[in-house]
Design a protein around this ligand. Sequence first.
Ligand code: PAF
Length: 283
Amino acid sequence: MLVFSQKSKLTTYLASQTSEHKTIGFVPTMGALHSGHISLIKNALKNNNITVVSIFVNPTQFNNSDDLKKYPRTLEKDIEKIKKISDKVIVFAPSVEDIYDKSVKSVSFDFDGIENQMEGKHRPGHFDGVGTIVKKLFEIVKPNNAYFGEKDFQQLQIIKKMVAKENLIVNIIGCEILRESNGLAMSSRNERLSKETREKSAIIFKFLKRTKVLFQNKSAQEISKIAAKTFKNTNNFELEYFEICDEEKLLPCLRKNKLKKYRAFIAVYADGVRLIDNISISE
Ligand code: PAF
């Protein structure tokens, strides 16, 4: 299996392999691969001639240096996991210097306000960092199709917006959330949970499923109050936000509109580990 750590070598190799008829599928990741990533990779393999997976913990999207330091880095294991599905996948695992040269900074984007909601509110600068790295990676890999998980639904919408605004020629494909057997959304951060907290974190998806039922006859504001109460009464869990927003602009639902599709979004600290999840609550 080919593993590149330098962008110049990867671009030269890809240029030698691609032709008009070959498509490149791309799965950008920060490593610590789990079944959610594996399913994105399988999707890319099935629908493209060439599949590239990047493994890069992007410093500019972390607004908390401790979170960046603690982010799991498991390159060797990740490569083994990819090899098990196919040795045809091309891995790109660059260094920070190779990607950013001397200036480890993000570009400032205008995502029409989507960036100011939820994750953007609680992680200032996060989406500028995401936009910066994804654009850089797209320029290097030049994918036809790029795959992103819906667990980071706001990120998915941001990337679609960036592609539209910057006229980038790439299809953005959102893939459904994969869950552990107790319903917890798969995430690299789950590795940092104790066995007990990982089990107890089932409460997050359980509450999201309850939201779907509650939304049939309660307002978003009423459900937010129930969320605050539920997590206040659950030891070791701290609710950062719970919001019901429309899927397109990600604006909070102040009054239900039948023409809009809604999702419930949640961010919770479980024993200090930040977990996010979401669910579609429109029929
Ligand atoms: O979702 C992620 O893992 C990251 O935000 C991404 C898209 C790989 C950019 O660093």
